[in-house]
Design a protein around this ligand. Structure first.
Ligand SMILES: NC(=O)c1ccc[n+]([C@@H]2O[C@H](COP(=O)([O-])OP(=O)(O)OC[C@H]3O[C@@H](n4cnc5c(N)ncnc54)[C@H](OP(=O)(O)O)[C@@H]3O)[C@@H](O)[C@H]2O)c1
Length: 342
């Protein structure tokens, strides 16, 4: 156990939320192990090893959701948590139901409470460290859903609450700020129970959250969990334009992953690679992308997703990479990403 503590020192610790939750600055996004990426379902044993490796290195925030799989991602984590609960910070989500052809929101209080019990069983634990509302249900006032989640804290089943704003896109179309709706939702739920963390996309090629959402969190001591910090893998520079994606891979329908857009966005990867080289031969563009994310505030936790042990190790090491003012200025001068959902 003492040996394990020593290795934990490898990833810087950060404190988020009013309750002072301490977690590794680089966590582990577990979604690619069971959902949204090609080959997800065939790599169970490697995924289990990846979770162990991340925990060994101090990437202790394991981010999952009941809908990943659905359910199989939590089951997979449960296999590890059964043995190593004390080494992990368990972050899961509620509020989205996967159907045959579609995904629907369900924020009804009774459902939320049943879903939490089911997550606890799958995760083989008696408490969830961070319980996040995956998407608000348009049919249910968000205060009611959040109130049910707060009851779960009072019941000792959950330690803290978070809100996800991944996929917030409506604002851009209507001409207002991308996260205006999220900010209104946050104000409403704060009246009911404190928000400990907000999860939204943040990366070199999707920096929109820097404008209002990150400052909102910083001003209130709310943690910011950066989802998709590697731009779905693009920013690592390991993908080739035109390589194609399986139909079950989210990138097969992603506007930035057509052969044309991947080629057009290569200057972004080239810029990250240039900065990486200045820091050492074995430093990678993925690590620069993660270090950039962590440099956006002490309340930011990066959640790179992977099912591969080698990449979990590489990503954990990014917590030790300090970008200079020159590096950060260089990133800010990179061209804006091409390819949009609008
Ligand atoms: N709240 C939400 O609605 C929401 C939505 C999206 C994501 N998230 C969270 O955010 C996490 C991260 O998002 P994401 O996984 O979609 O995107 P991401 O972290 O930007 O990229 C993941 C992709 O990058 C690859 N990768 C990871 N590390 C790498 C490295 N060092 N070098 C080369 N490639 C690397 C992975 O490959 P392999 O799969 O082969 O390892 C995977 O294909 C998710 O796991 C999830 O926890 C939340």
């Amino acid at each position: 156990m003492a040996g394990q503590r020593e290795v934990h020192e490898q990833v810087e610790r950060r404190t988020i939320g009013a309750g002072g939750l301490a977690v590794g600055a680089v966590g582990l996004g577990c979604m690619p192990m069971s959902w949204a990426y090609s080959g997800s379902r065939q790599r169970g044993e490697e995924s289990v090893r990846t979770v162990h490796r991340a925990l060994d290195l101090g990437s202790d925030l394991l981010d999952t959701a009941d809908m990943y799989g659905p359910f199989t991602n939590e089951l997979l984590l449960g296999r590890v948590l059964k043995e190593r609960r004390r080494d992990a910070f368990v972050s899961t989500k509620v509020g989205l139901l996967v159907g045959e052809q579609h995904i629907v929101a369900n924020g009804r209080p009774g459902y939320v409470k049943r879903a939490c019990d089911a997550s606890l069983r799958r995760l083989q634990t008696d408490v969830i460290d961070l319980y996040q509302l995956h998407r608000a249900d348009p049919e249910v006032p968000v205060e009611e859903t959040w109130g049910a989640m707060a009851d779960l804290v009072r019941a000792g089943k959950v330690r803290a609450l978070g809100l996800c704003a991944v996929g917030a896109r409506g604002g851009r179309r209507s001409g207002s700020g991308l996260y205006d709706g999220t900010l209104r939702q946050l104000q409403r739920v704060q009246q009911v129970f404190p928000v400990s963390a907000v999860q939204a996309e943040l990366s070199v090629w999707s920096p929109e959250a820097l404008q209002a959402l990150l400052p909102w969190c910083a001003a209130r001591g709310v943690g910011f969990l950066a989802a998709m910090p590697l731009g779905n893998g693009f920013l690592s520079g390991t993908l080739t334009p035109g390589e194609g994606f399986e139909p079950d891979d989210v990138r097969a329908r992603h506007p930035r992953f057509t052969a044309e857009m991947m080629a057009a966005n290569q200057p972004i990867v080239a810029g990250l690679r240039r900065i990486a080289r200045r820091h050492g031969e074995d430093v990678t563009p993925a690590q620069v992308a993660l270090a950039w994310t962590l440099a956006q505030g002490r309340h930011v936790i990066a959640l790179p997703g992977t099912k591969q042990e080698r990449w979990a190790a590489q990503n954990a090491a990014a917590a030790g990479l300090r970008l200079t003012g020159k590096d950060l200025a260089e990133v800010s001068r990179l061209p804006a990403a091409q390819g949009s959902w609008d």
